[in-house]
Design a protein around this ligand. Structure first.
Ligand code: ACO
Length: 271
């Protein structure tokens, strides 16, 4: 798999900021694009892939500038774990300061910008896969929740730590968490900030696939190959359809199925 620097695409275009590779490096991210597959690696293993504001902005930039032929995006962590969540150094004044909430509108805009690092992972033109090993804490857990499919190693440990730190989870994680585990379990997990191990994660539906730690990369490769084997247009339309299902009434969803199928038939029969 080629690093973005070796695929002939300028780094600045990939990073989307015009300032080149150092932006992704500073964000603690690595991007490798190999044909239809992009792999985003959280790459601060010495800090257990703790995330800064630059990390979230870097993720958003990757989403904005993803090559059009990418169909699957894999998110993974370098080193002993997926991610230890927000970089706690930022609470003690290291790096860029927080918006402190005194200006509600400015803080709202500030958080919305960071959330963009996560929202693009739901786009229908790509399927996103989180490959989780070790800790996925706070913002790291929410990043996994933002993906369509989670493959977990048997050493995976999920924890929504924010309430224990006086915060709420605000990186788009509360909606998928409630949708996956239900309100009661979501409350229990968030308000105790307890850690969910891989076998429980599988039972709760937080991980679709659980494999031994040394089988994680292989399982992800297999999954990606299966995803790529499906007709691209059908994959996009089906993802759009499935994501709509929870919000729609049965009537609306039936109409959406008809609409998507008409599009598929037109494409298949060249109409
Ligand atoms: N922010 C900044 N640095 C971190 C973070 C973090 N979130 N997590 C780990 N590190 C650093 C440690 O300070 C340590 O640095 P050092 O080598 O300079 O001492 C290094 O990474 C290794 O960490 P260890 O604790 O030694 O690693 P270990 O594997 O034993 O434990 C664990 C990993 C469980 C993730 C632990 O580091 C931890 O609890 N981290 C804090 C998790 C946290 O509370 N995150 C915030 C969640 S809330 C949110 O994301 C909004």
């Amino acid at each position: 798999m080629g690093d973005a620097t070796t695929t002939g695409r300028p780094d600045a275009a990939i990073a989307g900021t015009g300032r080149g590779k150092t932006d992704l490096e500073r964000a603690g991210l690595r991007l490798a694009v190999d044909g239809a597959v992009a792999t985003v690696t959280l790459n601060r293993p010495e800090r257990r892939n703790a995330m800064t504001f630059d990390t979230w902005r870097g993720l958003a930039a990757i989403g904005r500038s993803l090559p059009a032929d990418v169909r699957v995006v894999v998110l993974r962590g370098e080193g002993p774990c997926f991610s230890a969540g927000i970089d706690l150094g930022m609470f003690s004044g290291e790096g860029e300061g927080f918006a402190d909430g005194s200006d509600a509108e400015a803080t709202d805009r500030f958080i919305a910008e960071l959330q963009e690092g996560y929202t693009w992972l739901r786009r229908p033109d790509i399927v996103t896969v989180a490959a989780v090993h070790g800790h996925a804490i706070g913002g790291g857990f929410q990043l996994a929740l933002a993906c369509d499919i989670r493959v977990a190693a048997d050493d995976a440990r999920f924890c929504m730590k924010e309430p224990a730190l006086g915060l709420v989870p605000d990186l788009t994680g509360t909606k998928p968490l409630v949708e996956i585990v239900g309100i009661g379990r979501a409350l229990e997990l968030c308000l105790t900030a307890r850690t969910v191990l891989a076998d429980e994660a599988a039972r709760l539906g937080l991980a679709e696939i659980v494999v031994p730690r040394d089988g994680l990369d292989g399982a992800v490769r297999e999954l990606v190959a299966s995803l790529l084997a499906v007709n691209p247009g059908a994959a996009v339309a089906t993802k759009r359809l499935l994501w709509e299902a929870a919000e729609n009434t049965l009537e609306q969803q039936c109409a959406a199925e008809r609409r998507e199928q008409i599009g598929r038939l037109r494409e298949m029969f060249g109409r």
